[in-house]
Design a protein around this ligand. Sequence first.
Ligand code: KIV
Length: 264
Amino acid sequence: MKPTTLSQLRQWKQEKHKFATITAYDASFAQLFAEQGISVMLIGDSLGMVVQGQDSTLPVTVEEIAYHTRCVRRGAPHALLLADLPFMSYATPEQAFESAAVLMRAGGNMVKLEGGGWLCDTVRMLTERAVPVCGHLGLTPQSVNIFGGYKVQGRDEVAANQLIKDAMMLEEAGAQLLVLECVPVDLARRVTEELSIPVIGIGAGNVTDGQILVMHDAFGITGGHTPKFAKDFLSEAGDIRSAVRLYVDQVAQGVYPGEEHSFK
Ligand code: KIV
C-alpha cells in the first residue's frame, strides 16, 4: 500500500474528487478508518474535549498530541497524519519549530495551526525546515475566549474579506492545506476557488475540496450539544464500518454536508 501524500490531495482538488478526512486518537479506530477508505487523519486538539472531557481545547499539551499521534501512526502506517499544534505551543516561530519537531518525530506528516496573517513567519520557518503546514481559519476553537463562544465566523463582508486575505497570505507563506471551520457556504466557495491548495471544510458546506469531522460527531456521540454540521452516520448505517463508508461515499457524492448541515 502506498502512503498518501500532499501531492495526492492536490491532484484530488484538480480532479474535483471530494475526499473525507476524520479525527483519530487511537490505533484501533485509525486502522478501521484506513480500511474503510480514509487516508487522511487529524490528531486534533479536540481530544481535550472528546477524549479527556475538558470544556475546551486549551489545556491540551504537545506531549499529549504526540502520544496520540504515535498511537494513530501504529494503526494507520500509510495515512497522511496531521498533528495539531495545541494552544500556546506556537506563540513564536522558534517555539512552533520546537513543538512541530516533537509531533513530526511522533509520526506526524504535517502540523496544523490556528490563525491568519500573523502566522506567516511561522509558516515560512516551518516549511523551509521541512515541516509541512496546514492552516486553520474561521471558527478556531483555541480562540474561544476571544470569540466569546463557538460561533460561525465570516458572516459580514468585512470579516469575509479578511478571512480570504488571511487564507491567501497563509498559502503565499507556504501552507499546503487549509481547514475552514464554521463559515457561510458562499465564503467557503470563494476561499476554495481562490486557493490552489486543497481546502478541507467542517461546517463550511459541500463546496470545499474535502471534509473533516471529529469522529465522535460522525457516530452521534456528541455529549449533549450536537453541532449543526454533525451527522450521525452510525444510526443511519447500523455499524461502525458501514458508517465510515457511508461518510466517505456521501462526501464523494457531495450529499454530505447537505443544506441542513451548512450555514447561509
Ligand atoms: O481539533 C480538531 O479536531 C480540529 C477539527 C475540528 C478540524 O481542529
